[in-house]
Design a binder for this molecule. Sequence first.
Ligand SMILES: C[S@@+](CC[C@H](N)C(=O)[O-])C[C@H]1O[C@@H](n2cnc3c(N)ncnc32)[C@H](O)[C@@H]1O
Length: 222
Amino acid sequence: MTLSKQIKSKNRVQEYGEVFTNEREVKAMCDLVKEETERIDSRFLEPACGDGNFLVEILNRKLDVVKKKYKKSPLDYEKNAVLAISSIYGVDILIDNVLACRKRLFNIWDKAYKSVCKNDCNDQTRDAVKFILEKNIVCGNALTLCCVDENGKDTDKPIVFSEWAFITGSMLQRSDYTFAELLAKDEYDTKTQTSFLDNNADSEGVFLKKYVSHYRRVQENG
Ligand SMILES: C[S@@+](CC[C@H](N)C(=O)[O-])C[C@H]1O[C@@H](n2cnc3c(N)ncnc32)[C@H](O)[C@@H]1O
């Protein structure tokens, strides 16, 4: 990547520290946690995600694993590809970055979906994935933990993240937590040597709301 691709404007560098990481560095850094990047359901959160350079690499790695394991069964592929994307989270203060990040992740997901599931692809699952990305890639201030307006200014709305977990068969549970609550819980878990990013953590913290639906219909619980 040339320097011109790493920087959009001098003003954005000065005001938001916006310098994009090049692919070689992204790959090298992801290799430091290689096993986690190749676990379909391991959760990643990038609190200054830009247009998603790290999240794209993580999604590609997860989808490669899903393809290797499930390419012979479109239904299993679809469900596990949804699991892969539902475990990827990002925050950025600039709305154009957030929109670009969601779009990049969706396009990668959809290209892989088409290449494996071919005629078994359906638009309901695509809409579910778009909805998950709207929830997971948030326009907010990772320092104040508030959502921001179109000018990057804090609103009084807290950042909320949805935790997605398959419970039985195709039923996907969404539990909403404020970012502040997740960080408080993480601090608690560090002291007690568990982790909120760990799917096996026993304490679930204070969630705002839970929803359960078929994974193709998560968008019905707006
Ligand atoms: C150094 S860039 C990194 C972008 C991306 N992670 C990458 O490596 O290509 C920092 C990003 O953080 C965003 N940013 C700056 N302040 C922020 C804040 N308080 N909360 C969330 N994002 C912020 C900027 O808009 C920018 O996209």
